[in-house]
Design a protein around this ligand. Sequence first.
Ligand code: ADP
Ligand code: MG
Length: 242
Amino acid sequence: MLTAENLTKTYRRNVDVVKVLNGVSFTVRDGEFVSIVGASGSGKSTLLHLLGTLDSPDSGVISLDGKRVDNLPKRDQDMIRNRTFGYVFQFYHLLPELSAYDNILMPAYISNSLLGWWKTRKEWRKRADELIERVGLSHRKKHKPRELSGGEMQRTAIARALLQRPRVLLADEPTGNLDAEKGNEILGLLHDLNRTDGVTIVMVTHNLEMAGTTDRVVRLSGGRVVEEKGPAFRPRLMPAAV
Ligand code: ADP
Ligand code: MG
């Protein structure tokens, strides 16, 4: 579904030149849960940003369903991004003044005109209700981020990322700020979304144990993919009863 071929990316700040990616090729198949591992600074976040069209490679090609997307005009990229990707970050990036519920609805507030929102608000709210339930936070709807635990903030961020029914969830160290127990709960939620709801997931993590539970593990080092493992022998749990 999503392919990257021979990506290169160099950051320049004044005289500092950091060659981060030096010919990375990477494929994500429909329905897969892939993880990207590598040392700190190995370019994991950079690769995730390029895959999600948040930034452009210096060279190389990124395609979605066989159609090149990295060289499209910004407007087209924005449209594809909204329809295709949901993003989850280590530090949640929730808006502090908004309730969990309004944080989840934020993408709809942004992507609609006032009139558009007025016309579609019932569907959006229904979707947000569905999601807040799905991530287990129905009892925290009105809470502000500061009134939520780390795990609850990440659940809120995951629901927000899913609001527009993205095909691919891109998660950058989603458990990196959580203790082991809460981190495992979030990993479990991601597995469940992948298995039960068919969400394709690309997760960056430095936790090899967590990476080992996903379908495939891709390791970055020296600006390249140095190892690819999988499909891993993960215990396939039965899908949750609907
Ligand atoms: P990882 O997520 O694997 O830790 P990153 O992709 O965030 O690695 O960063 C790779 C390297 O690129 C790091 O050395 C980082 O300092 C550098 N880097 C990342 N973003 C920028 C930027 N916007 N400007 C300059 N250097 C950057
Ligand atoms: Mg990173």
